[in-house]
Ligand binder design. Structure first.
Ligand code: SF4
Ligand code: SF4
Length: 538
């Protein structure tokens, strides 16, 4: 049964007064609505994860393996030896506090353990105790802390209240990346079988069927054919959607939500229209039918295993390069980890647009470019005919999704596109966009119903920035380029800023695109009448 939603007025009244007791002395409380359920045994077993079992965070007994402490400390040592960044981040924080009020979970909850500096300290205190001479000799006097079950539970609660968005790292004078610390924290928890359902189940589905939703190849094929039917009805043009076609020039990989969720589906329609119009020789893969990589939210190993699928399909299908859809964390994995993790992909070629001849040299290692890069290039070369008035019912702002924005620096291309495909476009406040963008509050596996209160708290700073442009300019649509955002921003908007809808950038492209030989359109991709008297919907 769905839990009743908390009253927004209660969540808006955040108490920032520090607690009377030091954070180290406060036992963690697994309060309903603020944490995620544990990974079920069957999904953990499907991935071969260690110590798979059925348990829940609110249970008193977590059924930990008897030698859990040894496992964690050995795991920590191995990672300190392997990842120089991790050791550095454990050592160099000067506790200046510049990051403290930059985390949306702290802003939304007022909980000091949600400041990035203390979130990192949860792990750092154990590091000091067991891996530094001062900590071994003087324990708490040197900032060290024994690893106990309570500490482990605290790790679980707070490392699953971090969306790995990296906003805090932008403000840290040392560039300490708390997201990387969270990743190691989650990885250590995973060594003793403490992971969450909403990370492990999609990853297990990927192993079984190639995508997070567990859609079988025939379901994948059916939904793409359905999309072709819908486009034909809308435009009079039948687009070809090849699947597993060997020898195509380009492999197209999109998040599975694009062909099974809304508003994602309208984004898919937009890609299909652009690729048809640009005459791209491409194919989908029924196995690489998922761009998203929930391995990023569990462990480096799982991330690597899931990313490899895209490249092995590119090899099998003998394509030249890869085009990726509007996905968030796929891009963080590809841009930041692919080159050393599974790459370089030397069996592929540096992407070259068949429509404009542009060589995307920055993708020399990954051989993969973002669909926004591809479309912005088409627009810059005048290769698309666009009628932006078809989006006049939308008054648009743009949410920089954390991973494509901070993770790969994709700031301008979506804006280049939006300025050409919509008439009414308004940026949110400068300190909430581009590099400083505020997270949706539900990424990194936290977008679950059971975690609803914490999601709404974490997403509130983003929602307030939207509320501001709604009040000032009448914004009624948040455009974004991340499948998680398209799933989590709609409930966030409904909760904090009712009346604002969410759309993919390529949905708006699809509305504006005048395809060669199309018949006059009466509706947008959602089936809504194209022109509304008086301009943009309020
Ligand atoms: S800004 Fe950097 S150095 Fe300062 S407290 Fe935060 S993590 Fe530590
Ligand atoms: S990475 Fe994002 S969610 Fe995590 S501590 Fe930093 S700002 Fe907060």
């Amino acid at each position: 049964m769905a839990q009743p939603k908390p009253d927004p007025a209660r969540l808006a009244a955040v108490d920032y007064a520090p607690p009377r007791r030091a954070w180290r002395d406060l036992p963690v409380e697994f309060r309903k609505g603020t944490y995620n359920y544990a990974a079920p045994r069957k999904h953990a077993e499907a991935l071969g994860l260690p110590h798979a079992r059925d348990w829940q965070p609110h249970d008193a007994d977590w059924k930990l393996p008897p030698d859990w402490k040894r496992i964690i400390l050995e795991g920590m040592k191995a990672r300190l030896d392997r990842y120089r960044s991790f050791r550095l981040f454990m050592d160099i924080c000067v506790r200046c506090g510049a990051c403290a009020d930059k985390c949306h979970f702290y802003l939304g909850s007022g909980d000091p353990r949600n400041t990035p500096v203390i979130r990192a300290e949860l792990l750092r205190s154990v590091y000091r105790r067991y891996f530094t001479a001062a900590g071994r000799a003087f324990g708490p006097l040197a900032g060290g802390r024994d690893l106990t079950e309570d500490v482990l539970k605290e790790w679980f609660y707070y490392f699953y209240q971090c969306t790995e968005c990296r906003r805090c790292s932008v403000f840290c004078p040392y560039g300490i990346d708390t997201a990387e610390i969270t990743m190691i924290g989650r990885e250590l928890l995973g060594l003793v079988g403490c992971s969450i359902q909403w990370v492990v189940e999609p990853a297990a589905n990927c192993y079984r069927t190639g995508n997070h939703l567990g859609i079988q190849p025939h379901g994948f094929k059916d939904s793409l054919e359905f999309a072709a039917d819908e486009l034909e009805e809308l435009t009079g043009i039948r687009v070809d959607i090849p699947i597993d076609r060997k020898g195509a020039e380009v492999l197209l990989v999109v998040p599975s939500a694009d062909y099974f969720g809304t508003p994602h589906y309208y984004t898919l329609l937009g890609y299909l229209m652009v690729l048809h119009e640009a005459g791209v020789d491409y194919t989908f893969s029924a196995f690489a039918s998922e761009g998203g990589n929930f391995g990023l939210f569990a462990s480096h190993d799982l991330m690597k295993r899931l990313n490899a699928k895209i490249y092995s399909e590119a090899r099998r299908l003998r394509v030249k390069w890869i085009l990726g859809g509007e996905c968030g964390h796929m891009w963080r994995v590809v841009h930041q980890y692919m080159g050393t993790m599974n790459g370089p992909a030397d069996f592929l070629e540096v992407p070259v647009s068949p429509a404009t001849g542009t060589r995307f040299a920055h993708a020399a290692s990954t051989k993969m470019i973002h669909v926004c890069e591809f479309t912005a290039d088409l627009i810059a070369h005048g290769r698309l005919r666009l009628d932006r008035s078809r989006n006049d019912h939308w008054n648009v702002t743009f949410h920089d999704s954390c991973n494509p924005a901070r993770g790969m620096g994709l700031y301008e291309e979506p804006r280049v596109i939006l300025r050409e495909v919509v008439t009414h476009f308004h940026e949110m406040a400068e300190d909430t966009i581009r590099e400083r963008t505020l997270c949706c509050g539900s990424g990194a596996g936290l977008g679950t119903d059971e975690n609803f209160e914490m999601r709404m708290r974490g997403g509130r700073p983003r929602a307030m920035a939207v509320q501001e442009v709604r009040a000032r300019h009448g914004v009624n649509c948040v455009a974004c380029i991340c499948a998680i955002d398209k799933a989590t921003l709609p409930p966030l908007m409904e909760y904090w800023v009712p009346g604002v809808e969410v759309a993919g950038v390529h949905e708006l492209v699809g509305n504006a695109l005048v395809m060669t030989g199309e018949r006059p359109r009466a509706t947008d991709l959602r089936g809504e009448p194209l022109h509304v008297a008086g301009g943009a919907r309020a």
